[in-house]
Design a protein around this ligand. Structure first.
Ligand code: NDP
Length: 510
């Protein structure tokens, strides 16, 4: 490509050196950012490391106090941040506040109040060697690399960022190429409230920039994104022996039992499938409804879906905004087309809206089968396939027939039965009679099992994961020697074996 062409391509956001951020609802250009290469990324990691040296030495309560100032800065500018989230990601302004800003404010408050206690040394009572004392000691890892997706460009990376920082680390954040401006806005607010200048770095770019971050000497990677990229990240981290956390795709099943409260269930499914235009890792992606309530449930879901108002994400009268980028719209179209050609029927929605903007109407599919892609592969868009099942056993079996295991849902009025079913659903989180919200609860872990992830975020243990864990053991009495030290002798042998005979003597079974 000649230099004039390169410049033109670059100006269109296709070239190697610049990314153009656009409003998916209007096509309007919102700004552009540079694509950072390996040298700039390494430089950012180095500057973060220098800033971390002093930050990591502060007491956890002082770090917490300063992060609360960051929270307050975000809250002070809620409307401005919500508007940018809405413009860059296509979500409604209410979703920007309730699914993004609120979550970060609450998570920051939760960990700021408790970090000192959570990160305090933790005693490990020893069952046998009572003359020794063991405890775990938590220290910052150094620089945490955070690689983020575009669907929640604030709550996902900023939640991880706040946890990493409270634990005493610096952060280098690589946002998605689809939503770089919101990450830069966070950096602006971070610096505006007097945080150490280089402690949070944002490196903008495409996948190559994420790969460069893994290669830039960071001490841990926290990755959220697709299974396909997750595998590459795991391989790159494995090659460098860097610890990593992977939060990957989902295919959340919803089991609707014969005794479910159908009004609540239908409301929950519609919000759970179409909130944020279905671009949620824990979106309701497939429904297994008991045959006795199937018709009534479908009728309710379809009626509620048809009544959703889709349009300008900035309007308070809009329920469903735009999808974030064209690639995802194409995936959704493809999933629906394939399903319909194999016999599925769309009772609401079904094809993208004409005109400017990436609007895809909420779609309800029936006559689906478990072997269809729409029931097996992640859709990540506003599509709810509903399948009739003969029994709850069938529903559990089909729910577990998946390579993914992030979140699952059970609807029933019998909470005891619901819990029994939930415990058999192979997902990191299973909710009974509710959807989506638990990502927003900072004290519960966010875990993907099967191919939905490795490791976890959130929760007190998640904060400790941001630290290096060291086991310290103290000898409490300091006698001249331990029994098992030199010199060895027959006498020691007899003491050890008779002690073993006493400690591990066979129990009499009744
Ligand atoms: P991707 O995997 O495409 O991208 C995720 C991030 O990784 C982006 O910042 C991307 O950059 C970057 N990246 C791409 N290639 C590489 C590479 N080789 N090395 C390092 N980084 C790289 O996912 P999406 O952004 O499309 O996000 C959607 C996916 O995320 C869905 O599968 C969804 O289920 C999942 N997700 C999971 C969540 C969970 O908590 N389990 C939560 C939210 C989403 P760029 O975008 O610039 O290419």
């Amino acid at each position: 490509m000649g230099s004039a062409q390169a410049h033109a391509a670059s100006a269109r956001g296709e070239g190697p050196s610049v990314i153009v951020s656009r409003n998916p609802a209007t096509g309007e250009i919102l700004g552009e950012v540079s694509v950072m290469g390996p040298v700039e990324v390494r430089d950012a990691v180095q500057r973060a490391r220098e800033a971390q040296a002093a930050w990591g030495k502060l007491a956890a309560c002082e770090r917490a106090r300063r992060l609360l100032a960051f929270r307050d800065e975000i809250l002070k500018r809620t409307n401005e941040v919500a508007e940018l989230l809405s413009k860059e990601g296509g979500k409604t302004k209410l979703e920007a506040v309730s699914m993004e800003i609120l979550l970060v404010a609450d998570l920051t408050t939760y960990f700021a109040k408790r970090a000192e206690k959570i990160l305090a040394p933790k005693r490990i009572p020893l069952h046998l060697l009572k003359h020794k004392k063991s405890y775990l000691h938590y220290t910052p890892r150094g620089v945490i690399g955070i690689i983020a997706p575009w669907n929640f460009p604030l709550s996902i990376p900023m939640g991880d960022t706040v946890m990493a920082l409270i634990a005493g680390n610096a952060v280098v954040l690589k946002p998605s190429e689809v939503t770089p401006l919101i990450a830069l806005k966070m950096k602006e607010l971070f610096d505006a409230c007097g945080m150490p200048k280089d402690l949070l770095q944002v490196v903008t770019g495409r996948g190559e920039t994420g790969a460069a971050l893994i290669d830039a000497g960071v001490d841990k990677i926290v990755f959220t994104g697709s299974v396909v990229t997750g595998r590459k990240v795991a391989a790159a981290c494995g090659e460098r022996l860097i610890p990593y956390t992977l939060e990957l795709g989902g295919k959340a099943p919803a089991i609707v039992c014969a005794d479910a409260d159908l009004e609540r269930t239908a409301n929950a499914l519609v919000w759970g499938a179409f909130g944020n235009s279905g671009q949620v890792c824990c979106s309701v992606e497939r429904v297994y409804a008991h045959e006795t309530i199937y018709d009534e449930l479908v009728q309710k879901v379809v009626a509620k879906t048809r009544s959703l108002r889709q349009g300008n994400p900035l309007s308070f009268d809009t329920d469903v905004g735009a999808m974030a980028w064209d690639r995802q719209v194409s995936i959704v179209e493809d999933r629906i087309r394939t399903a319909v050609s194999a016999g599925a029927r769309a009772l609401a929605g079904g094809s993208r809206m004409e005109g400017p903007g990436l609007f895809f109407p909420p779609t309800v599919l029936v006559d689906v089968r478990q072997d269809m892609d729409v029931m097996r592969q992640e859709i990540f868009g506003p599509v709810m396939p509903i399948m009739k099942v003969r029994s709850e056993e069938d529903a559990i079996r089909l729910a577990n027939d998946s390579h993914l295991g992030l979140v699952g849902y059970v609807f029933t009025k019998d909470r005891t039965k619901g819990a029994r079913i939930a415990e058999r659903v192979e997902c990191g989180t299973v909710m009974i009679n509710d959807v989506l919200f638990s990502f927003g609860v900072p004290e519960t872990p966010w875990i993907g099992i099967k191919q939905s992830g490795l490791g976890f975020t959130h929760s007190d243990d998640g904060l400790r994961e941001m630290c290096l864990k060291r086991h310290v053991n103290v000898d409490r009495f300091s006698t001249a020697r331990e029994l098992w030290w030199y010199p060895y002798s027959e006498k020691t042998y007899k003491i050890v074996t008779s002690a073993m005979g006493f400690l591990f003597r066979p129990r009499k079974h009744a």
